[in-house]
Design a protein. Structure first.
Length: 185
């Protein structure tokens, strides 16, 4: 585990951590510099400890930046923020560093979630999710305890449970990483 402190001069900050597993970016200086220089990520790190994961477009259809706001004292993940690059449009082929530069505070609006878009919304349904799109990124918050109402409304109970299990497994991984950080590894 390599710990990277955010150093911004006179600003009192907590820390940004780059977990080595999975999907390590710990040795990619360009990605790390983009994260360090992003004003929004800096503003989070002033008051919170942040685990940063970045998966580039090479393996996937889009870049994915995950910011987990963690509490080192309780070894808990307080908030999981997922930013993915846009698949289509003017900035679909944005470079990883440029994508990270464009990450800003998400504006919480009530719009259709990914699943709502995939499975056309019921006319009688008022199910919506906090979802933010800009020309550069899509944003979603994930919680391991939360049911996806759109999946359940379509009778996709198994898919809903698989999604929750996957996020629970990721939260457990975060807990183990936090314990290693506390040990100083």
């Amino acid at each position: 585990m390599r710990i990277e402190n955010l150093n911004t001069g006179n600003i009192a900050t907590k820390a940004i951590y780059f977990p080595k597993d999975p999907n390590s970016i710990a040795n990619n200086k360009n990605i790390k510099n983009a994260v360090y220089n992003n004003k929004y990520i800096q503003s989070i790190a002033e008051n919170e400890d942040v685990l940063v994961r970045f998966m580039p477009k090479g393996k996937y259809l889009q870049h994915l930046l995950i910011l987990d706001i963690v509490d080192l004292n309780t070894a808990q993940t307080k908030k999981s923020m997922w930013f993915s690059s846009r698949l289509f449009g003017k900035f679909a082929n944005i470079r990883p560093e440029n994508f990270i530069e464009k990450i800003t505070e998400p504006v919480q609006t009530t719009k259709k979630s990914f699943w709502n878009k995939l499975f056309h919304r019921n006319k009688n349904s008022s199910q919506t999710a906090n979802f933010n799109q800009t020309e550069f990124f899509n944003y979603q918050e994930f919680s391991p305890l939360k049911d996806d109402s759109v999946l359940l409304s379509k009778g996709l109970k198994k898919e809903n449970e698989l999604l929750k299990e996957a996020e629970n497994a990721r939260q457990l991984l975060n807990t183990n990483i936090i314990k290693n950080i506390k040990k100083g590894e």
